[in-house]
Design a protein around this ligand. Structure first.
Ligand code: FMN
Length: 347
């Protein structure tokens, strides 16, 4: 598929890049629960351009793409225009992602202290050079992800113009400043205001955690689409739920059976990607999958200490059985309280 930000149907719904989260196995999981009509554009987690150019094996492995994941946008971070261009060229030649994105919004010290991430918002000349050199090096679209500013939320108006004039094909804006980190709220009004000043497509980001909120954010910002990050963790179904809501239907409810099936599927993909050590790195996903799921709490500690795949599977089956039994009890309770009591005693 050729990615053309101007031509793809509106609204554009995309999975936002998340370090350690939107890896190949998670993106495959998102695809596996989506259909062709509700599958999002997927942004893979950021990788260091310097590490790619140094041919760091671990970093290069992070840019590998399973065919089921496409279309994929690979995000890069870095601040040297030549290195950024060279890294993009290496990845395009090797894996052919459908697009590239540059991280100009990450607020964490490890990233910004080297002029990477959100620090580039204070270096418009450098940002321009990065965009121009990358555009000259690749054949696919280049998008940029920014925040509203370093500490002043109106900085994005001049900076986004710089990005547009440098030749970027699309821009995503997270409606918080770097100084805010994750505090406060993403400013959807300001995103809408910024959208009206630009001619390239704009995606809104920040605090769009559910399908109904997606509808509200699209109405409020009038952007070309949205980028969903935390709302997809533990809920890869969010993209089909968004389609339901945009069609005026109630969002699909996820049954416990479906949840357990997909957790197992995701674990399989994760182990394919990372091998045996993946059993430990998968725990962060387990926390998200069972967050707020009624009845899952007593199993969580066991899930987080299990270090054999078979044990994780067994606990997942127990959660399912417990959930089914609980449902059966609630049903009986509704019609026959005496029968319920008997089942409880038998248990
Ligand atoms: C665990 C985690 C990792 C993230 N990693 C990246 C990243 O690699 N690149 C990036 O541009 N943003 C990254 N972000 C920011 C998100 O893409 C997004 O902009 C932010 O979480 C706000 O969107 P949300 O409210 O939908 O979560 C990360 C966020 C989280 C929670």
């Amino acid at each position: 598929m050729k990615l053309d930000w101007k031509a793809i149907p509106r609204p554009i719904i995309a999975l936002s890049p998340m370090a350690d989260m939107t890896d190949s196995s998670f993106c495959r999981t998102v695809r596996s629960v989506s259909t062709s009509s509700n599958s999002p554009i997927v942004f893979r987690e950021m990788v260091s351009a310097e590490a790619v150019v140094r041919h760091n094996n671990k970093t290069l492995a992070m840019t590998d793409i399973h065919e089921d994941e496409r279309p994929i946008v690979q995000q890069l971070f870095g601040s040297d225009p030549d290195t950024m261009a060279q890294a993009a060229r290496i990845i395009e030649k090797e894996h052919h992602p459908e697009g590239f994105d540059v991280n100009m919004g990450c607020p964490v010290y490890k990233i910004v202290h080297n002029f990477n991430g959100a620090a580039l918002m204070r270096e418009p000349e450098l940002a321009t050079q990065i965009i121009k050199k990358m555009k000259a090096a690749i054949t696919v679209p280049l998008s940029i992800k920014i925040r509203t500013g370093w500490d002043d939320p109106r900085e994005c108006f001049s900076f986004a113009k710089v990005i547009e004039e440098a030749g970027a094909d699309m821009i995503t804006i997270h409606g918080r400043t770097k100084a805010q980190g994750y505090s406060g709220q993403s400013d959807w009004n300001l995103i809408g205001e910024l959208k009206r000043t630009l001619s390239i497509p704009v995606l809104a980001n920040g605090d769009i955690h559910t399908a109904p909120l997606t509808r509200t954010a699209l109405d409020q910002t009038k952007t070309d689409g949205v980028l969903i990050a935390r709302g997809a963790l533990g809920n890869p179904w969010i993209f089909s739920q968004i389609t339901d809501v945009l069609r005026g239907q109630a969002p699909q409810q996820i049954t416990l059976e479906e949840r357990i099936r997909v957790v197992k599927q995701h674990l399989t993909f994760h182990l394919e990607q990372y091998g045996a050590p993946g059993i430990k790195t998968f725990r962060k996903h387990l926390s998200w999958y069972f967050r707020g799921v009624p009845g899952a709490r007593p199993f969580k500690e066991r899930l987080h200490t299990a270090d054999a795949v078979e044990t994780v599977y067994q606990i997942l089956d127990e959660i399912l059985l417990d959930g089914l039994l609980h449902d059966a009890l609630s049903d009986r309770d509704a019609v026959n309280p005496v029968a319920t009591e008997r089942v409880f005693m038998a248990k």
